[in-house]
Design a protein around this ligand. Structure first.
Ligand code: NAD
Length: 303
C-alpha cells in the first residue's frame, strides 16, 4: 500500500504542496480544509493533471496518514509580522491537532502555519506526541532564499551552495556565514562582509518582500518545495540533514523552546538533532532566538 500524506489547509501552500508531492510520486495525498468543496475541488483538479504529467499517486480523502502537513491558518498581510498571527492561528491549529490525534495517532506532524516556531511548540504540547514526531518548515525555506540571493550575487548555480539558516522563522533568524559554503568554500572568503550582510537581510525579509509584492496572501511556491523535500526525506527514509524547527531539550544549551536547527529527517521523524560546533557568540545568538520564541509560548499560556 502506498504511504499517505495528509495536508490540512487546502489554500495556496497546502494545495501546491499536494501537487508537488503527488507529481513526484512520494505518496498518495489527502487534502483537508474547512471550506466545503475546496479540498475536493482542488484534489480533483490535481488528479486530472495525472494523465498529462504522468503520475500514479492518488489525491483524495481518507484517514490514518503517515505524515500530516498543517498549513491551516491565516497568512500575513502587507506590513504584518508572522507573530501577529499568533492568537488566530493558535486557535485553528489546536482544533486541527485534536483531530489529528484522533484520526492519525501515529503520524508525524509537519507544521507550516505561522508563527512557525510557536505553532510547532503548540503542536508538540497539544498532541502529546514525542518531540521527534513534530517538525516545522523554517530553515529549508529560509536557506533556499539565502542560496538564491548568493547564487545571483556570485553568478553560480544555487545547486553548488550549502546554506544553513538556523534559529526562529522570523526576525530571530540566525545566519552563520562561515557555515555557508559554495562548493566547500566558506562564503566569508568569497564576498565582503557588507555584501553578505545585505544578502542575509534580504533572506530574513524574504517572506515580507513577497507579501508586499502580492498585496494579498503570502509565498507558496518555495514553501511548498520545502515541504515536499521534508516529506520526501521522511517518507523515503532518506535521512537528509536539513535545517528544521524542533523542540529542544538541552541541545545547543536550549531547553523547552522551538527553533530551527540541523536535524536528520527519516522514517521516525526527527531521528537526530545535529549539533554544529559553534563559537560562544554564535551559541548566544541561537539562545536569544529561542528566548524570543519563549515569549510567544508564554503568550499562548504554555511553557
Ligand atoms: P491560505 O489562506 O491560502 O490557506 C489557508 C487555508 O486554511 C484556507 O483555505 C482556510 O480555509 C484553511 N483553514 C482555516 N482553518 C482551517 C481549519 N480549522 N481546518 C482546515 N483548514 C482550515 O494561506 P497559505 O498561503 O496557504 O498559508 C497557510 C499558512 O502557512 C499561513 O499561516 C502562512 O503564514 C503559513 N506559511 C508558513 C511558511 C513557513 O515557512 N513555515 C511559508 C508560507 C506560509
Amino acid at each position: 500500500m502506498p504511504a499517505k500524506i495528509s495536508i490540512i489547509g487546502a489554500g495556496n501552500v497546502g494545495a501546491t504542496s499536494a501537487q508537488r508531492i503527488a507529481e513526484r510520486g512520494y505518496a498518495d495525498v489527502v487534502l483537508v480544509d474547512i471550506v466545503e468543496g475546496l479540498p475536493q475541488g482542488k484534489a480533483l483538479d490535481i488528479q486530472q493533471s495525472a494523465p498529462v504529467i504522468n503520475f500514479n499517486t492518488a489525491v483524495t480523502g481518507t484517514n490514518g496518514s503517515k505524515v500530516v502537513i498543517i498549513t491551516a491558518g491565516l497568512p500575513r498581510k502587507p506590513g504584518m509580522t508572522r507573530d501577529q498571527l499568533l492568537a488566530a492561528n493558535a486557535e485553528i491549529v489546536t482544533g486541527v491537532i485534536n483531530n489529528i490525534v484522533k484520526y492519525s495517532p501515529e503520524c508525524i506532524i509537519l507544521m507550516v502555519s505561522n508563527p512557525l516556531d510557536a505553532m510547532t511548540y503548540l503542536a508538540v504540547k497539544a498532541s502529546r506526541f514525542p518531540r521527534k514526531r513534530v517538525v516545522g518548515l523554517s530553515g529549508v525555506l529560509d536557506s533556499a532564499r539565502l542560496s538564491t540571493f548568493i547564487a545571483g550575487e556570485l553568478k553560480v548555480s544555487p545547486k553548488d551552495i550549502s546554506a544553513w539558516v538556523l534559529g526562529a522563522h522570523g526576525k530571530g533568524m540566525v545566519v552563520i556565514p562561515r557555515l555557508t559554503t559554495v562548493r566547500g568554500k566558506p562564503l566569508t572568503g568569497l564576498l565582503p562582509e557588507e555584501t553578505i550582510n545585505k544578502l542575509v537581510e534580504r533572506a530574513v525579509q524574504g517572506g515580507a518582500e513577497i507579501v508586499g509584492l502580492l498585496k494579498s496572501g503570502s509565498a507558496f511556491y518555495a514553501p511548498s518545495a520545502g515541504i515536499a523535500r521534508m516529506a520526501e526525506s521522511i517518507i523515503r527514509d532518506k535521512k537528509e540533514i536539513l535545517p528544521c524547527a524542533a523542540l529542544l531539550d538541552g541541545e545547543y544549551g536550549i531547553k523547552d523552546s522551538v527553533i530551527g536547527v540541523p536535524v536528520k529527517l527519516g522514517r521516525g521523524g526527527i531521528e537526530q538533532i545535529v549539533e554544529f560546533e559553534l563559537s560562544a557568540g554564535e551559541k548566544q545568538r541561537l539562545y536569544n532566538s529561542a528566548e524570543g520564541i519563549k515569549l510567544l509560548i508564554k503568550q499562548m499560556g504554555l511553557g
